[in-house]
Design a binder for this molecule. Sequence first.
Ligand SMILES: *[C@@H]1O[C@H](CO)[C@@H](O)[C@H](O)[C@H]1NC(C)=O
Ligand SMILES: *[C@@H]1O[C@H](CO)[C@@H](O)[C@H](O)[C@H]1NC(C)=O
Length: 249
Amino acid sequence: MKKLTFFLLVILLLEITISDDSKNPALLKFVLQWPPTFCMNLNNDAKQPGRCQEPILQHNLTLHGVWPADQDGISITCCTKPPYPNWDQLFTPTVENQLMAFWPPLRENSQKRDLWMHEWKAHGACGGTTAQVYFNTAIRINNMLQKGNLFNYLKTSGIIACNSLSFAKKDIVDAIRKVFVVTPPSPPLDVYLTCIPIDSRNRTHVYLKEVTLCTNLGGTSFISCPSKSAPKSCSTGATIMLPHPKPQP
Ligand SMILES: *[C@@H]1O[C@H](CO)[C@@H](O)[C@H](O)[C@H]1NC(C)=O
Ligand SMILES: *[C@@H]1O[C@H](CO)[C@@H](O)[C@H](O)[C@H]1NC(C)=O
């Protein structure tokens, strides 16, 4: 009888492990940030305020990170991680130059590798690839933006950083969709936008914080970001602004 109980327990555990398969990486989120909003957030951080390097970038969206996610678009977290790679071998001058063009560190006193290593440890290492594949994939996805930086797609649609202009979420999404050069009959791909409030009173305007594009796991083609975990912070009805950098404390 005891043996049987043990046997059943094993089966139960197996079941749990198998049903956990839905938490396997199914796609990549390519998360781009608007540097002036990032820096404002950093300056105003209640727990640990920080500063950005000056001058604060305001002509490009820069990469926050590449985040492996499950089929619902939820970022994968993991407890067991592969051993750290040999960073000096990985970040050759060529790779560093390629990464710096779209994935620069924004924080003051931050070394150029800090953000990359952090993103690998927090996200990349949970995606089931090596660090080398992870960073090459980031470079490959960035190269799929044919106009260079994503901000160029916004600019050519009239979405610019200006303290007297704000835009409907739909207009921003439509501008971003021009990235996906797909044959017309396919349905438009979804992207994620996140926003932050301007201040505690303002209900009519919000600041754009991040834009997320989704790709297949190999980072070779864009796919729709799953609607299930679409962020709500830009969907309040407020119009969206791309702020200029604010003076830092
Ligand atoms: C902005 O992005 C473009 C294209 O990716 C790049 O060539 C340029 O160096 C970037 N500019 C800055 C200031 O980072
Ligand atoms: C909200 O922010 C916008 C843009 O800065 C400004 O024009 C508007 O007056 C603000 N509204 C309130 C209630 O502060």
